[in-house]
Design a binder for this molecule. Structure first.
Ligand code: PMP
Length: 409
């Protein structure tokens, strides 16, 4: 019964071009990987899909720090943090992150999680109690949406970057505790939330602003602290979630907030209390990664990303002007996340497959991850891409177009 039921659902997904599959990477990290595709054949692909924005995952000093960490600590942490899984290495990463955010959040204290997904569930699940109302931005990441579902709080949605819309729902709210929740850099669009305006509303309506900076950490701000540094924000109303599996090149996540908020999370966040702490070797390597992000390496790589972004956008705009009949649109993004909005599911999957046949991996993103009719190529840049790599992507797209226009026509 169950198998037939699931088969029917799987068939429906296939019929809408929404079926997914997992590729297997045999070697390497972004931007070049040998990957086994759906046909079982291994190919070297030039990747424009990794969130390893600074290219740190392949940095030799991180591999060395991991190896040294494994020699010192062995493998897993063996228990949840409150039992015995919280090592000196975990403690130092949290202390370092608290120092990073001290200019932005008074009395900042950080606590670590295994993934950003877990951190978002923790923050919303623990803070969104029955006395609270969550004000959730329309394009928030799935983990924030799931966190809001876990919470006992009432949830109100406001439109994408719609400050006036948020003001209206805040003004109508009678909740004692108000939590505004937003991605800092939107994960499928690459644009940046208007955090100064959101924070001003938080102050006006006695609300708190929960910011998921998964895609800003390491990338934005003079020293890579992320979107809070980018805007120069400071307030005790800020609750910041960061992930360490993207620009930091490793794994893990953290929440940093006023110490009372963090202390409460430690007492109440069920997925902090009931889940095994991350391996200490990873934490030891993370300390090194944090130093790379804030040091010369990070500064140079952030500047590289800017150069590559400018090159990609200029090349893409010229391509779109030549092929205006396709109706494609480049998302309005000033980050290394540069989506190309194509429209239909079949069209985007055909485009992604045609690129892959040329050795270029750019994932097609379809509903429900993005709204229907807005399927897109999610292009991400890494500081370790070269200008020639970006030219190859632009030429690859140009070469796909004649085959696609037949479909689109
Ligand atoms: N928030 C956002 C905006 C994300 O894009 C992601 C990862 N895709 C996460 C949270 C989850 O982070 P992690 O991968 O560390 O679970």
């Amino acid at each position: 019964m169950l198998l037939e039921h699931l088969d029917r659902k799987l068939q429906a997904l296939r019929a809408q071009d929404l079926s997914r599959f997992t590729r297997i990477a045999e070697t390497g990290t972004a931007p070049r990987q040998t990957v086994v595709g759906a046909d079982g054949v291994a190919r070297e692909l030039l990747m424009f899909c990794s969130n390893d924005y600074l290219g740190l995952a392949a940095h030799p000093e991180l591999a060395q720090a991991l190896a040294e960490g494994a020699r010192r600590w062995g493998g897993g942490s063996g228990a949840s943090p409150l039992v015995s899984g919280h090592s000196r290495a975990h403690h130092e990463v949290e202390a370092e992150l608290a120092r990073w955010f001290a200019p932005h959040i008074p009395q900042a204290r950080a606590i670590g999680f295994c993934t950003g997904y877990m951190a978002n569930l923790a923050v919303l699940g623990a803070l969104g109690d029955a006395e609270a109302e969550i004000f959730s931005e329309a394009l928030n990441h799935a983990s924030l949406i799931d966190g809001a579902r876990l919470a006992k709080a009432r949830v109100s949605r406001y439109g994408h970057c719609d400050v006036a819309g948020l003001r209206a729902v805040l003004a109508a709210s009678t909740a004692r505790i108000k939590l505004i929740v937003t991605d800092a850099v939107f994960s499928m669009d690459g644009d940046i939330a208007p955090l100064p305006e959101l924070l001003a509303l938080a102050q006006e309506f006695d609300a708190w602003l929960i910011v998921d900076d998964a895609h800003g950490l390491g990338v934005l701000g003079e020293s890579g602290v992320g979107t809070l540094e980018h805007f120069g924000l400071r307030s005790e109303r800020l609750i910041l979630v960061g992930t360490l599996g993207k620009a930091a090149g490793l794994a893990g996540a953290f929440v940093v907030a006023h110490e009372t908020v963090s202390h409460y999370l430690l007492q109440a966040a069920r997925n902090y209390i009931f889940s095994t702490a991350s391996p200490p070797a990873v934490e030891q390597a993370l300390l090194h990664s944090l130093a790379l992000i804030r040091g010369e390496t990070g500064r140079e790589r952030r500047a590289r990303l800017q150069t590559l972004q400018t090159q990609l956008r200029a090349g893409m705009q010229a391509l779109l002007a030549r092929h205006a009949h396709l109706g494609w649109r480049l998302a309005e993004s000033h980050t290394p996340l540069q989506p190309l909005i194509v429209g239909g599911n079949a069209e985007v999957m055909q485009l992604a497959a045609a690129l892959e046949a040329q050795g270029l991996r750019v994932p097609g993103i379809r509903p429900p991850t993005v709204p229907a009719g807005q399927a897109r190529l999610r292009i991400t840049l890494c500081a370790t891409h070269t200008e020639a790599d970006v030219d190859r992507l632009l030429a690859g797209l140009e070469a796909c177009i004649p085959t696609l226009s037949e479909v689109a026509a």
